[in-house]
Design a protein around this ligand. Structure first.
Ligand SMILES: Nc1ncnc2c1ncn2[C@@H]1O[C@H](COP(=O)(O)OP(=O)(O)OP(=O)(O)O)[C@@H](O)[C@H]1O
Ligand SMILES: [Mg+2]
Length: 226
């Protein structure tokens, strides 16, 4: 089952052609890595896939819903899409646990239940001990784990992760990839931007972007390297 589908998507910022006609489908249970040089359009692709940005032309559908036509885009995003931003975007006035709880509370989950879910997913990413600290009191790696917990909470069916291993050492990066892979094996679709071949090896498929176009797409699945 296709979870997200981009059809001939372009995105222009004035004279800058960030994406120049990209088509990509990601199915439930599939982990697709997106690689490519700085400025090639990786973050733009993720933003469009998650409905955070609109294409200049072409279409994006999530679970069969055309994002250009959906009435409650914010609701669809909250319910279906988990996002790990390149710059994390944690809310500074909320603790780690509150950051993770927020999307669930916006979905109408009661505070007690949202907190239990948040603590469980923080434990899953190895950050339960910092649950009641504020982002500014966390190390880069701890912030990264909290941002990942926020994307994983609530069984989201599409997880978009922009360099989620950026501030992490390789052992921790491997743990994060293991979590994303597990979420995938439970049926989520995952799009992962990474510069590291080490992490791309966890993917089912690697898509290479250059100057806003997909220049190569390879199946990987190197079971032996895991
Ligand atoms: N809001 C914007 N206004 C103007 N140009 C933009 C904007 N956002 C992105 N771009 C341009 O679009 C192109 C693609 O940017 P994008 O952020 O998608 O690259 P990237 O592959 O994620 O790079 P990096 O690896 O550095 O994160 C770049 O040339 C960038 O300068
Ligand atoms: Mg980027």
């Amino acid at each position: 089952m296709t979870v997200v589908s981009l059809q001939e998507v372009t995105r222009e910022h004035g004279q800058v052609h960030a994406l120049r006609g990209v088509s990509l489908e990601v199915s439930a249970g599939e982990l697709v890595a997106v690689m490519g040089p700085s400025g090639s359009g990786k973050s733009t692709l993720l933003n469009l896939a998650g409905g955070l940005d609109r294409p200049t032309s072409g279409s994006v559908t999530i679970e069969g819903e055309d994002l250009a036509r959906v009435k409650d885009l914010a609701g669809l995003r909250r319910g279906s899409v988990g996002y790990v931003f390149q710059d994390l975007n944690l809310i500074p006035s909320l603790t780690a646990a509150e950051n993770v709880m927020l999307p669930r509370e916006l979905d109408g989950v009661r505070t007690g239940q949202a907190r239990r879910e948040a603590l469980a997913v923080l434990a899953e990413v190895g950050a339960e001990d910092v649950a009641d600290r504020y982002p500014e009191e966390l190390s880069g790696g701890q912030r990264q784990r909290v941002a990942i917990a926020r994307a994983l909470v609530g069984e989201r069916r599409l997880v978009l992760a922009d360099e989620p291993t950026g501030a992490l050492d390789t052992a921790t990066g491997d743990e994060i990839l293991q979590l994303l892979r597990a979420r995938c094996d439970e049926g989520a679709a995952v799009l992962l931007v990474t510069h590291e071949p080490r992490y791309a090896a966890w993917a089912d498929r690697v898509v290479y972007l250059r100057d806003g176009l997909i220049v190569e797409s390879n199946a990987v699945r190197l079971e032996s390297s895991r």
